[in-house]
Design a protein around this ligand. Sequence first.
Ligand code: MN
Length: 334
Amino acid sequence: MSPEYKALGFSELCERLTTRARTLIVFHDRPDGDAAGSAFGLRALLEALGSETRCVCSSEVHPRYRFAVEELCDSVLPENLPADFVPERVVSVDTASPAQMKELDGRLKYKVDIMIDHHGRGEPYADYYVDGGAAACGEIIYDIAQYFLNNGKISKLPERFALLTYMAIATDTGCFKYSNTTPETHRRAAALMDGSFDYAETNFRLFDSRSKDELKVSSAAMQNMRFYFDGKLAIAALDYAQILALGVPSEYYDGLISAARSVEGVEVAVAVRRMSEQPVFRVSTRSNGAADVSELCAKFGGGGHSKAAGCSINAKTLEEAIDMIVSESKKFFK
Ligand SMILES: [Mn+2]
């Protein structure tokens, strides 16, 4: 890790957050349940400590997660930040590199002071607290709340904190199914089931309900899936013409990768899609086994976790992009 920035111990992190200061919380583009839940959970904590706090991101929270934050905030776009809100401190959550927030640059003047993350391969861009063993950034936010409670800085958890942090933890663990889930993950989630929110309904919204647009994507995924290496690599691929024909907004394409991942025998699942006429393909990857897909994505300038990673590939055609992925994946199946 970079010597330029300081690694913070956990209590040091909590003490720095205790200092009252107008705070901006930033997080990665296309925020998922962990990014949004962690950001708004931390905001609730800092406000309980008397720090005026706002959450900002270069794109809006995904519709699936909006129910948890809509009463707190209409929009997270920087354009909607009150003009008189001048932060004295900037904290990032769930964001491994500045590149994941690059679209914020130019739209907002900010420099991150404290980075809180759980991506083991992150590159520090501020004083940092990174716990690669946490299944979700939400686990760290939960621990911060416990520190504040144990040290008398707050007397009870803020309203909605349990829902927000539960959402963060539940979504990054696929509802406690992924291999990143630990006994501690369950203990934290259990403590958050404090009666302040309906977790059965929350889980239904997060995991069991699908919009018609999402079903369309799942159906297209099934029809456009290819298999390599005896069915151990599945690639669900859509070219721009197919994307246009589907007419589904870009935030509803998660079903592409989950369809590929769910096929029996698949060890590495890949979703590839071209979202515009530009020769750029957006790639998501998942590993069901030992393969470290963050290595695969790093080859193309992307990153993530060993089990879930992403990148963009520049290629003239869909076939060329697929060939690049297949040849780079060979090493997983020797
Ligand atoms: Mn996360």
